[in-house]
Design a protein around this ligand. Structure first.
Ligand code: 13P
Length: 258
């Protein structure tokens, strides 16, 4: 039984007071929707405040990054132990981190291990660039990213994967439901090989890249897609609510919902 999940990646947006405002705008509406995990991932500086705000609500909390060491002289970094106290999920290996902060497959692997050790649930992002897509290399790229990030993990309890084609992120040019479904099916088959068939069948695999309230239904209707990782549209309370609501309507009561 895979519970659908919609996660909002706020990226480097919102001051603490804006984060409070946004949570207040969406909390009540989200609490009226059933059968979908709804997660928000604000910037680090707002996590503690937002955690207090969502106590007793249906909203779950995630961070956008993590460092793999437990503590020490790593100026500016945030450790797994610090996050374990604050939230349930952590995004790892987002393409923006791979692109601007040189994160490699080896680093994402270390971060996933560090997160799992403190029982944080990683949301691992994978996805190909436009030129790779156009050259028909999607399968090769995504498979390589999975191999590197999941190496030696065995049974990564609670791990979630988000397929985010880089050409679809922030461009308004989302993949089609069929394209995303096909690649997510491929990801699941790879997880079966790298981990186990059971891990693959239990794992939630999300689509991310220009998801809005206008196209959410298209993705949620696809059998392999278990939800979405939403960027821009998660910063607008009414959009995020609508995406969660549509997911609940389509997937919440299906055989794979709760
Ligand atoms: P957009 O929804 O803004 O395209 O961003 C997707 C994303 O990168 C989520 O992690």
């Amino acid at each position: 039984m895979r519970v659908p999940m919609i996660a909002g990646n706020w990226k480097m947006n919102t001051t603490v007071s804006e984060a409070i405002e946004l949570v207040n705008e969406m909390r009540q509406g989200l609490d009226q929707i059933d059968n979908v995990d709804r997660v928000i991932c604000p910037p680090f500086i707002s996590l503690a405040t937002v955690r207090e705000l969502i106590k007793g609500s249906s909203i779950k909390l995630g961070a956008q990054n993590i460092y793999f060491e437990e503590k020490g002289a790593y100026t500016g970094e945030i450790s797994p132990l610090m996050l374990a106290d604050l939230c349930e999920f952590v995004i790892i290996g987002h393409s923006e981190r791979r692109l601007y902060f040189n994160e490699t497959g080896e680093i994402t692997n270390k971060k996933i291990r560090a997160a799992l050790q403190v029982k944080l649930k990683p949301i691992l992002c994978v996805g190909e660039k436009l030129e790779e897509n156009e050259a028909g290399r999607t399968e090769k790229i995504v498979t390589g990213q999975l191999r590197a990030s999941l190496a030696g993990l065995g049974y990564p309890n609670g791990l979630i994967i988000a397929y985010e084609p880089i050409w679809a992120i922030g461009t308004g040019k989302a993949a089609t439901g069929e394209q995303a479904n096909e690649t997510i099916g491929l990801i699941r088959r790879n997880v079966a090989k790298l981990c186990s068939e059971k891990v693959a069948q239990d794992m939630r695999i999300l689509y991310g890249g220009s998801v809005t309230d206008a196209n959410a239904t298209e993705f949620m209707k696809q059998p392999e897609i278990d939800g979405a990782l939403v960027g821009g549209a998660s910063l607008k309370a009414n959009q995020f609510l609508s995406i969660v609501r549509q997911t609940s309507e389509i997937r919440g009561r299906s055989s794979r919902g709760v």
